[in-house]
Design a protein around this ligand. Structure first.
Ligand SMILES: [Zn+2]
Length: 84
């Protein structure tokens, strides 16, 4: 998959940083402000399932928008993940 990506593929949150590709994102080892996954490390669907089960606690609570809902960003999630 070789597309510009500026959202978290796990939770779908739109990030400030844009990565040229999924590969670059996964090499960044950045941490999602929303779900808190570390790309290339624990960015997997088990992490996501556990995060949802745990009540979607934000990694950086201070950037959480007012009235945030996971429903707004599920369209940005990339499934299956990781891509082949
Ligand atoms: Zn995320």
């Amino acid at each position: 998959m070789n597309v510009s990506i500026n959202h978290c593929p796990i939770c779908g949150f739109k990030t400030d940083e844009s990565h040229a590709s999924v590969f670059e994102l996964r090499c960044s080892y950045d941490i999602c402000d929303c779900c808190g996954c570390e790309y290339g490390y624990d960015d997997d669907l088990k992490f996501y399932d556990d995060w949802v089960k745990g009540g979607c606690v934000w990694f950086e609570a201070k950037v959480k928008p007012q009235g945030w809902s996971l429903d707004y960003q599920v369209k940005n999630q990339i499934r299956p993940w990781p891509p082949k």
